[in-house]
Structure formats: structure tokens, C-alpha cells
Ligand binder design. Structure first.
Ligand SMILES: C[S@@+](CC[C@H](N)C(=O)[O-])C[C@H]1O[C@@H](n2cnc3c(N)ncnc32)[C@H](O)[C@@H]1O
Length: 368
């Protein structure tokens, strides 16, 4: 079976590595997505274990289309009955870029009609009640190349289930996990985030360090599908539970100037059962102190776009530059969209990596 996992731009390589570690085959990183192959057990594994993927989708077919006829025939040629039962509910959504077919509502209507025709041909019926399990069909049309997919995740995979409420500018869980992976957070590390907001980086760091799988406690839409064995889900959840490391030396320190943010981090960490790994305090960055001999600092300070004006944000970058002393055993990793960041911080980063925080083009600066 072929799969496609969309991800944030800049995290494709990390996701490909993650999927290879899950025994997925023919893993191919493309712009904003990773293609791979595997059996139905991979659906459970990738949904439960991927920290970076936004969702996991089955690729039902790909073909070229420059007319609505091409689109209709291409979709109809797919045997949707291999995936969808007679009572499947199958809404259609998607996008098109740089292609002859650009009207999304028209594409949606044609795809829906063609799926119905394909199912009628295979099941020998004309009427579909659509009152059964959900099979969200997603299409993408890029330079006239159509990809038809079925979403196996349901809610996006960034929804781990711990963030009931968020603060003003939370970072996406998948991006926070990517920041931790790039900074190589390990079970013996001490993690710091002095602009912790709702605690996303601290929580994702604690999950990585203790090998807690991000999706083992939430549900996925494809758990209702007959062609994926219930045992596959059970086996992957048991494996996830058995794989949790106990007694690690990991600890995280988070602080934020806003007491409401500290409270939010507290409740989010408690919600996911990682509270014991995290010490929180209300603190201005200027009062930042290290609590350990070695440390990995990962932070997403205000950008001056959404939360403060740029001048104030830059003042914080300057403060960080004076506080974050280059020391053996320490790394400082800061994500910012400010192209002048290094100049204001006061030194050149050892590594830089382009990442997108939503639509905002950022650089992840690493000092070590
Ligand atoms: C972009 S948000 C961080 C979001 C966080 N990564 C999350 O996922 O929720 C920046 C945070 O910096 C905090 N902040 C602003 N000025 C600060 C200062 N001088 N010292 C410490 N924290 C500050 C804000 O309260 C806000 O929570």
C-alpha cells in the first residue's frame, strides 16, 4: 500500500528518518510531504508514533488531468471498493496549484461523482447511504498531476490531546517535536525553555526523552475501518506503552513572564502525564539562570509580529545573547523569523536550518 504524509516545510528529512525507523519502505521526501509504502499495520504505527507528520494518508491513485473528463475517468478507474465499504461516508476536499483544473468546488463535485460511479460498478448498487465510517477523500493537483488520498488520521496528528487550551502564539506540536529532534534531545538531557508559553517544547521534549509516543492515547478515524485489524492497533499501542523509558535522568525547566502561560504549561503537562519531568516558574528572561551543569535550551521567543513590536522582540534577542554563555555541554537553539537575529544576538550560529512556523518563514539557529 502507498502512503503520503504531509509535514511542515523544512521537516521532510526528519519525517523520512522517522518513517524509516518504523520499517516503512521506499521512503521518499518531497516538498512538504513524504511518500512511503507499507502494509496496513503501518497505518496504526505511523499514526501513533509519528511526531513530525501532520497526518497519514493512503494514496489511492495518481494520474495526469488537464480536463474534467480526465479527472472523472482517472478517479473512476480507481477501485474505491477496496477501501470503502458500501455505507462509507466519503466527503471530498483538496487543493490545486499551477494546474489547468483550478476550480476546487468543481473538482470536488466531479471526484465525488466518479467515486460513486466506481463504487456502483463494483458493488452493483446506485444509492449509497453514507451513514457508516468516515473516509475523508483528499486530492491534490500540482502541475496537472492529480493525487487521490484517503485520510487515516482524522484530527491532525499535531493534536496529541494535551493542549485543551492554548496561549496567544503557541508553536505547533509537530514543529516543537522537530526542534527537539534537531537539537538531539536525549534521555539524560536537561532541557530549558525560558519563553515556554503553553509548554509545547517542554512537553514534546519530555515525550522524546522518555520515548512516549505522541498518539498512543488518542483515537484515529481509521480505527473504525474494517480492513485494518483491531489487533494492529492493539499491538502498536501495547508496543508504545512497553517502549516508554522509566527512570531517565531527563528534566526540563520552563519559565515565562506571563503567569497565565506558566499555569497553562502546568495543566498541559499534567494532562499528558509528563508533569513530573518539568519544573515551571514565572520569570523574565533577564533573570534566566541555569539549574544544571549541562543543558539544551530550545526556545521560540516572541517574533514581534503577532505578540510584540519588533523593537521589543529584538531587545529580548539582545538579552539572550548576553545571557546564553557558550559553554561546554550546552547548546542554545532559537527559532526566529528575524533575518537580523544573529547580528542582534551578537554571534553567528554554528548551524542554521530553514523551518516554517505556520506561514512564517523562520530560521532555527543553533549555538553549541
Ligand atoms: C511565541 S510565545 C511561546 C509559545 C510557546 N512555544 C508555546 O508553544 O506555547 C512567546 C512567549 O514569550 C513570553 N515572553 C514575552 N516576553 C518575555 C520576557 N521578557 N521573559 C520571558 N518570557 C517572555 C510570552 O508570554 C509568550 O508566552
Amino acid at each position: 500500500m502507498k502512503f503520503c504524509a504531509p509535514c511542515l516545510f523544512g521537516t521532510e528529512g526528519l519525517l523520512a528518518e522517522e518513517l524509516r525507523d518504523m520499517d516503512c519502505c521506499n521512503v521518499l521526501a518531497e516538498n512538504g510531504r513524504v511518500l512511503f509504502e507499507g502494509d496496513t499495520a503501518v497505518i496504526a504505527r505511523a499514526n501513533i508514533c509519528s511526531r513530525i507528520a501532520e497526518r497519514i494518508m493512503i494514496v489511492a491513485g495518481t494520474f495526469r488531468a488537464v480536463s474534467f473528463d480526465d479527472l472523472f475517468e482517472g478517479v473512476k478507474a480507481i477501485h474505491w471498493s477496496e477501501y470503502l465499504p458500501k455505507n462509507a461516508c466519503f466527503p471530498v476536499k483538496g487543493w490545486s496549484l499551477n494546474s489547468a483544473l483550478h476550480s476546487i468546488p468543481d473538482c470536488q463535485k466531479i471526484i465525488k461523482k466518479a467515486v460513486v460511479d466506481s463504487m456502483s460498478r463494483d458493488y452493483g448498487i446506485r444509492w449509497f447511504s453514507e451513514d457508516g465510517p468516515i473516509f475523508q477523500i483528499r486530492f491534490s493537483i500540482l502541475k496537472d498531476e492529480v493525487t487521490l488520498m484517503i485520510d487515516t488520521s482524522g484530527d491532525g496528528l499535531h493534536k496529541r490531546g494535551y493542549r485543551a487550551h492554548s496561549n496567544e502564539a503557541p508553536i505547533k506540536e509537530t514543529l516543537a517535536a522537530a526542534l527537539c529532534k534537531i537539537a538531539r534531545v536525549r534521555e539524560y538531557h536537561t532541557l530549558y525553555d525560558p519563553f515556554c508559553g503553553s509548554g509545547t517544547i517542554l512537553i514534546e521534549g519530555a515525550m522524546i526523552a522518555n520515548n512516549i509516543m505522541p498518539g498512543y492515547r488518542r483515537g484515529f478515524v481509521s480505527e473504525q475501518w474494517d480492513f485494518i485489524k483491531k489487533e494492529d492497533w492493539q499491538m502498536e499501542r501495547t508496543r508504545a506503552l512497553d517502549g516508554i523509558k522509566h527512570g531517565t535522568d531527563f528534566h526540563a525547566y520552563g519559565s515565562d513572564i506571563n503567569p497565565a502561560a506558566v499555569e497553562l504549561s502546568h495543566s498541559n503537562a499534567t494532562h499528558f502525564g509528563v508533569r513530573k519531568f518539568i519544573t515551571l516558574s514565572q520569570k523574565d528572561i533577564k533573570d534566566f539562570t541555569a539549574e544544571s551543569e549541562k543543558g539544551t535550551l530550545i526556545t521560540n521567543p516572541p517574533y514581534g509580529e503577532r505578540m510584540m513590536d519588533m523593537k521589543a522582540a529584538r531587545e529580548l534577542y539582545r538579552t539572550m545573547g548576553t545571557l546564553f554563555e557558550p559553554k561546554r555541554g550546552w547548546s542554545y537553539n532559537i527559532i526566529s523569523p528575524d533575518e537580523e537575529f544573529e547580528k542582534i544576538y551578537g554571534s553567528k550560529a554554528r548551524k542554521r536550518r530553514k523551518l516554517y512556523n505556520g506561514m512564517i518563514k523562520c530560521t532555527y539557529y543553533s549555538y553549541f
